[in-house]
Design a binder for this molecule. Structure first.
Ligand code: C2E
Ligand code: CA
Ligand code: CA
Length: 429
């Protein structure tokens, strides 16, 4: 049987066949382990391919050839390995992930002198074999789901596949086709939540929030589908869709002689990776008939500071066209007051968590009042999100904040209900 020259491991096709056979008469509990190096590209770039190859060969030796519990192993490609491993006594006791961390530590300790500039990080995803008749490729899929779940988490070395991950993977699998279908059928819902002026208790704007429906027509909240769309590079399509819907809505109010209110909508970091050309495409399909300051784009706080020049650039382009820009979720991440002065912003949205924490004690209240005061001086509007009671509303008002958005006034409403309640004729207003 041919073997991979570099690592002397089986090719994946042979591994699959042999593992399936072996599993038939194995009597001890086993696991299928997916392993890779999270920053292998970096190693190749910094040390060259030869040293990269050397690392892979050493990994194969340490993790598989010299491991008495390893039954079979294969290098799928590049730095992706899979192995069928007998569950050893020591991995059965205590926390199994701790064992993996220990092993990974030992390996890194052995090789790190050769790669002094790299922080090596090994990622393992583990699937405990329950049914020996299950196909090896399905087992590998699950082990990889587990491994990918910790890819961005620098504190984790291994993850054991469990029901929770299974549910998450299933959600991901059904969200994508559901989203694509909803896009084609124009069936993504846009809800509107009012923004209220505290003193006059009247509406001053609204935020557009996306919703999806599952096959039974049940509403899926954004925290279920936004991360999936971000992960699969589809979020821009959603944001373009919502933007178009908002334009269409404002146009329809304008045509019907209604009193207009500004509508804000959310953008993701991905929307700034490309040029601002997406907004041209939206405007071509749905030219906006009302002044652009009726549209506000909300950009989450953390995004601003990730890549300040790229984001500022993208945001600037939108603002130069006349759209308003707000910083969303203020107080959840890191905001440099210095940078705030330089960003092209019109409004700051205080996050619900920040508001709730601030109003708990006098120091928090002082900070909030101080911030509102500063933002006032540099002509930035402030709005408090997630205000649920009259008491909270009064407290934020005492800090100088004039606008709120929260369940106290309304939850996000379907457009029809929102219009019924809040949209009035321009003449009568
Ligand atoms: P966000 O931009 O911070 O939106 C505000 C969230 O707070 C909304 O959740 C809203 O329903 C909720 N909220 C409002 N008032 C209250 C309150 O009084 N109490 C509590 N507990 N919550 C309140 P929702 O609609 O579930 O949206 C969640 C997040 O999903 C949004 O957070 C936004 O980041 C994202 N999102 C929603 N629609 C879109 C979209 O079209 N595009 C993008 N990129 N993201 C979106
Ligand atoms: Ca928002
Ligand atoms: Ca927010």
């Amino acid at each position: 049987m041919k073997r991979d020259k570099l690592t002397d491991l089986l090719y994946y096709y042979d591994f699959k066949e042999m593992a399936q056979e072996k599993l038939k008469d194995i009597t001890v509990p086993c696991m299928l382990v997916s392993l890779n190096i999270s920053n292998f590209k970096y190693i190749n770039n910094v040390y060259g391919f030869e040293k990269g190859d050397k690392l892979l060969a050493e990994m194969a030796k340490f993790y598989f050839h010299d491991n008495k519990y390893c039954i079979l192993a294969s290098r799928i490609h590049s730095d992706r390995f899979v192995s069928l491993v007998e569950l050893a006594d020591e991995s059965l006791v205590g926390d199994m992930t701790e064992n993996f961390a220990h092993i990974s530590h030992e390996f890194i300790h052995r090789v790190e002198k050769d790669y002094p500039m790299a922080v090596l990080r090994m990622n393992s995803g583990v699937y405990l074999v329950k049914d020996v008749n299950e196909s090896v490729s399905e087992m590998l899929d699950k082990a990889e789901v587990a491994r990918r779940s910790i890819e961005d988490d620098y504190t984790q070395v291994a993850c054991i596949y469990n029901e929770e991950l299974e549910k998450k993977a299933k959600v991901e699998q059904y969200i994508i086709p559901l989203f694509e279908k909803a896009l084609v059928e124009d069936d993504i819902l846009v809800y509107l939540q009012p923004k209220i002026d505290i003193d006059t208790q009247t509406i001053v704007g609204a935020e557009a929030l996306a919703r999806m429906k599952d096959e039974d027509g049940k509403i899926i909240p954004p925290n279920m589908f936004i991360p999936v769309l971000e992960k699969y590079g589809l979020i821009m399509q959603l944001d373009m869709y919502v933007t178009r819907k908002v334009f269409r809505l404002l146009n329809s109010w304008h045509k019907a002689g209604k009193k207009l209110i500004p509508i804000s909508l959310n953008l993701s970091r991905v929307d700034f990776r490309e040029s601002s050309e997406w907004i041209d495409r939206v405007e071509q399909v749905e030219p906006l008939l009302v002044p652009r300051q009726y549209v506000e784009f909300e950009v989450t706080e953390t995004v601003f500071f990730e890549d300040i020049s790229m984001i500022t650039n993208g945001v600037n382009k939108l603002r130069q066209r006349g759209f308003r820009i707000s910083m969303d979720d203020f107080g959840t991440g890191f905001s440099s007051l210095n940078a705030l002065g330089m960003l092209p912003l019109d409004c700051i949205k205080f996050d619900r968590g920040f508001v709730q924490n601030s109003i708990k004690n006098s120091k928090g209240l002082e900070i909030m009042s101080g911030l509102v005061n500063i933002f006032d001086k540099i002509d930035l509007d402030v709005i408090c999100e997630g205000v649920e009671t009259t008491c909270e509303e009064q407290i934020v008002r005492s800090c100088g904040c004039r606008q709120v958005q929260g369940y106290l006034h309304d939850r996000p409403l379907p457009i029809y209900n929102f219009e019924e309640k809040y949209i009035v004729d321009a003449v009568g207003a």
